[in-house]
Design a protein around this ligand. Sequence first.
Ligand code: HEC
Ligand code: HEC
Length: 311
Amino acid sequence: MLKELLVLLITSQFLFSDAITPIPLNPDYDKEKAALGKSLFFDQILSIDGSRSCASCHHLPGSGADNIAFSLGMSNHATSINTPTVLNARFNFVQFWNGRVETLHEQALVPLFNPKEMGESIEASIEKLNKSKYKEKFENLFPEGVTKDSIAQVIEEFEKALTTPNSRFDKYLRGDEYALNEQELRGYKAFQNQGCISCHNGVNIGGNMYQKMGIMIPYDHTVDATSIEGRYAVTGRQRDKAVFKVPTLRNIDLTAPYLHDGSATSLRDVVIDMREHQLGILEEDKSIDDIVAFLKTLTGESPKILSGTSE
Ligand code: HEC
Ligand code: HEC
């Protein structure tokens, strides 16, 4: 029995040994389009009343999200789900908590025209851009000038530049065995052995599958019914209720509060929630602090495009 367990442990460690891969050091993206996308990301011109930009909810440089449970959009309407980070979004297999769009290209236009976010119409956005300093910039890059598609393209290229390489954990994965201290290494082992890694893996340590929140022990949702619909809103299948894209754990130390409903205010709280609802572990022990220490090693370098060096 003991021997079998040992074999199981060793093989599962083997299976998971390359389950997480480091963030590539040099992201590919079109520099000129990304620079224009960057200006738009920070510009309130695209919101209906000139009060919001993408950066109002996705703070950059910084976490790529904000530090409140629900962001405030047009007329201070709260969004119905916690704002995820835009950092490393390019590595997610689909966008949004419920995966309702697949590509960053499609995603880029959604907040612009969402009445709760920026609330503008496409025609009005194009007209405004054509009356602004941006007209010439678009015409230099696109023969057709400002169109729905060219707006999406420049924002997409900027989002592609938003990667955060060289976290201490990535240095460890690349072979620097001293990059993590003893507690952090214990945390990484616990992350593997307790089963976190079965949902949080791949380059984004998440972002590559859907899973139910409350798979072992049902989760008592703290907010209104709309945000807990999860994937159900897309598929209409009962079993997709409370199913979400597994979020990335990259830079997780920066993006409190956590979960789709923003109900977990600290890393410690969310680790306890995950152990309970996703793994059925109810007892609290010191591996919780080890896992928290490990999660803090996932903070990478700020994207180069934000320091202006690649403009
Ligand atoms: C009012 C706040 C707000 C504004 C303004 C806003 N967003 Fe978001 N963003 C959100 C929320 C909330 C979500 C999650 C929505 C969902 O999953 O249903 C989100 C999701 C995203 C995602 C998907 C990330 C993931 O992991 O699924 C990206 C990328 C993104 N926004 C980029 C942008 C861009 C680009 C702009 C500007 C054009 C923008 N956002 C404007 C609040 C905002
Ligand atoms: C069965 C799959 C599964 C397992 C196992 C799992 N998670 Fe999660 N994790 C998820 C899902 C799904 C969410 C999003 C849930 C929500 O927002 O309601 C999530 C959310 C999180 C978040 C919050 C992310 C954010 O941006 O809000 C953290 C941190 C986290 N998990 C860490 C862990 C740790 C640590 C473990 C192991 C103790 C673990 N997870 C085990 C699927 C899983």
